[in-house]
Write a protein that binds this ligand. Sequence first.
Ligand code: FHN
Length: 484
Amino acid sequence: MTANLGTITRIFLATLTLALLAPPASAQDDSHMQWWRDARYGMFIHWGLYSIAGGEWKGKDYGKEQGGASAEWLMNSAKISGKEYRGTLARQFNPTEFDAKEWVAIAKDAGMKYIVITSKHHDGFCLFETNATDYNVMQATPFKRDIIRELSEECVNQGLKFGVYYSQFKDWYHRSRGRNAPGTMSNEEYLAMVEKNLDELLSNYGEMSVLWFDTGGNDVIEADRQGARVRELQPNAVICSRLYSRRVPADKRKYADFESLPDRMLPTERMTKDTETCMTMRHNWGYDRNDNHWKSEKDIIEFLALCGARGVNLLLNVGPTPEGRLLPEETERLKAVGQWMKVNGESIYGATYSPVDFDFWWGAMTQKNKTVYLHVLEWKPEGIEFNGIVGNPRKAHFLNDPQRKSLAVTYDAGRHITKIDVPEKAPDFRNTVIAVEYDSPVTADPDAKGKYHWYTTRSRRHTEIRENRHAGNTDLLDAVKEAK
Ligand code: FHN
C-alpha cells in the first residue's frame, strides 16, 4: 500500500511540477531554435565501449545482420551480459589518441555547425563523470578523462554548438532485459539515475545546445518530466522529439523542439515544421571493423542538398575508432563536403525548403530571400529548366563562379517555365548550384505540377529518372521548345 501511495504521490507531484514549469503554449517563443534553423548541418558521433569490439564478438561478425546497428547494438545482438560486456571492454577503453581539438576542427572544416555525441548509449556506459553510476569513463576505464567535458569546451573554443545524445529509455546494463539478463538497478533506481545524469549533463558542461534523447518509452509523464528539467536548467537547449516514443502523437510531445525522422530518412514532401534527419556514412553508427558500405562524397553532398530542399537539418554521423580517431574514409568525405560547402554553403545555411513541392529530373531547389538555388545533381547540357516559379529572373549564375558571370535565361511567362543555358560539362558533377535571383520575393505558381522526387538510393533514383523520362518531365522540355 505504501509503495502505491509513494508512486501516486510521485506522479501527482511530477504532474504538479510540470504544470507549473511548462509555459502556456501561447507564451512559448522559439527564438532558441534560430541558430539550429540556420545551421542546417551537424556532426553526429557514436563512440563508446562498443568501438573496441568493432561489431565482432568472440570471433563472430555481427555487422550485416543488424542492417546498420551492429556496433553499438552488439551487447544486445550477441546477448552479452552487462557483467561480461563491462568486464571485457571497460578495462580496454583507453583511447589515448582522442583529441577533441582535432575532432572539432574536422567538423568545423566540414562546414558543420553543431556536434551531438553519445553521452550514454543503450549499453549504459557514460562518457562523462557521474555520481549516479560507477559505469563511467572516469571510474570504470583506464582512460579517466571526461570526454563530454573535453568536447564541450573545445566546441566553445572553435565556435560550434555542442549537444549530447542520451539513451533515456533503453539501457541494457542498468535495466533488466528479462529474467536471464538482470540489470544492476530497479526501475525506480534507474529513473533516479537518469534524472541525476540529466542534472549533471545540464549543469556541469556549460551551454548544452542540443538534447538528443533516443528512443523514448511510452510514458509521457516521464518524458515530460525529463523535458521540463532540460527547459529549467538549459532553457535554450534544442530538444529532440525522440524524448517521446513515436507512438506519442506529435501534439502531445510538449517538449520536443524538432521532429527527428526515422534513421537515414529523406522525406518526399517538404517539412514545414523543424525537422532533422540523421545519416551514416556507411551502414553502421558505431565503429564496425568490417563495414565497407561507404557512401561517396557525391551521395553525401546530394543528400545534404535534398535535405535542404525538404527543409530538413542533416546530422551526419561518424563512428570513431577505439584509439579515438576518425577514420580516413570519414575525414576524406567530410573534407570534400566542407570544400563544397565553402563555395555553395549559402544555398544550405539558413535556406528553407523548395518553393514547389516537387523536384526536377536534374535535381531540387532550396530558397533564401529573393533567390532560388538549383541543386543540379544530374547535368543537362541541353539546359536546366524548371516550372513553378513566377517571374523573370534578374540574374542566374553558378555559385562556384567567383566572377558570378550571368548565365543566359529565358522565361515563358504563359507557362511560368524558366530555362537556363549551361555549358556541355557540369562545373561540379556532384552538385552544381545555380543561384537564380529575382527582384522580388520568390513566388511559386500555385498551379504548378510536377511529380518527381529525388531519392538518394542510386538504383531507386535511376529508376525514378527513367520512369519520369517516359511519363513526366520530358514534356517540360517540349513545352520550352514550343514556347520558343
Ligand atoms: O538504436 C539506436 C541506434 O543505435 C542509433 O543510435 C540510432 C541513431 O539515430 N538511434 C537508434 C535507432 O534509431
